[in-house]
Design a protein around this ligand. Sequence first.
Ligand code: AMP
Ligand code: MG
Length: 393
Amino acid sequence: MITESKALAEILARVSPLSPRRATLAECVGGFSTKAYTATVPLPAFDNSAMDGYAISSADLEKGKRLRVVAEQPAGLDKNLNVQPGETVRIFTGAPLPTGTAAVVMQEEVERNGEFVVLSAQPQNGEFIRRRGCDLTEGQEILARGQRITPVVAGLLASQGFAEVEVGGCVQAALISTGDEVIPPGASCGAGQIFESNSTLLAGMLKQLSANVISVAHSPDNPAKLRREIDSAAANDVLIITGGVSVGERDFVQEVLRAAGAEIDIWRVAIKPGKPFLFGRLKNCFVFGLPGNPVSAFVTFLMLFRPAILKLMGASGGAFGLAKIRCELSEDVLNDGDRVHYFRGRHEAGRFSLVGRQESHALFGLSRCNGLLRLEANGHLKAGSAVDIETWE
Ligand code: AMP
Ligand code: MG
């Protein structure tokens, strides 16, 4: 059995980023940029109006002024207009500003009579003007290498005219659940049987990471059947097998993987929940054996699998861990075991409390949680301590 940090270091040492690809803006969200992008277009791109209204000159910043409407400036076409004292240009949101504009008066603050307007409120110098480059200037970095592309960042790339970006490879993933006792949801469940839930949980988490879930299969605890599933799943970049990774006579995963030609680098990690964890490689496929117990599968996915998939996808080093939020612990927490323990709980308004049974089968309890408290072996934390809670939502 090795420590969690050694296991993670070894996994990350073996995994290297997949080849980059070009992705359209629609495809790139959730991916990691493989190069830095800088702005080529300032935002706003030109001085423009923030309102539908009237452009006025600095000589006319006065309530009650009566101005002649001399021209109209729509959005989408720069008519290269100019405003003179005593005159105004009818203007629309996003339209280029006529030279000499000191302010745009919104149309609700004028009375219009034919070709004249009267200002019904005191205009302020500069109001409703959006200056070129006030948000973003040319040459500013908009996306760092290894940064995740969110919908907002994809929108920003679009605002720069990029139709495609270079992102890390898309991970092709396969899932195999194991166990004679587990049957698919929708079938009828006999005495002693349980519904299979890990595939649903793990496929959902894979999709949240923008992996392509290529296949989801189930094998009973039967070496020949398991071998067939493993052989066909090994064509992917990663394979997750849940259950059957432990030490019982019905746990065949390790033995079948070895028979299929896999190298097993890690088996059993000092982490709770999650000790029966396996990592190896079969041809070009990284194989992760996660415990059958749902909470253990969840925790090992986050702590040992997620960093690997992020590295495969081209994430930068700093992005491998979960986000942390500083909280005050609402109760004493003791880890009297010899493995690092991830306690499940909820953070809310800066306080963290344990939730549900801290047992590896307790999926309902987990469903009410939004954070993990990591506590080293033999660690003890007092109520009121400041702790960094790892979050996944
Ligand atoms: P195992 O790791 O195969 O010994 O399984 C540990 C526990 O997890 C047992 O109680 C199994 O019934 C349960 N389990 C295994 N696989 C699944 C699964 N896919 N969905 C839900 N529970 C499972
Ligand atoms: Mg089993």
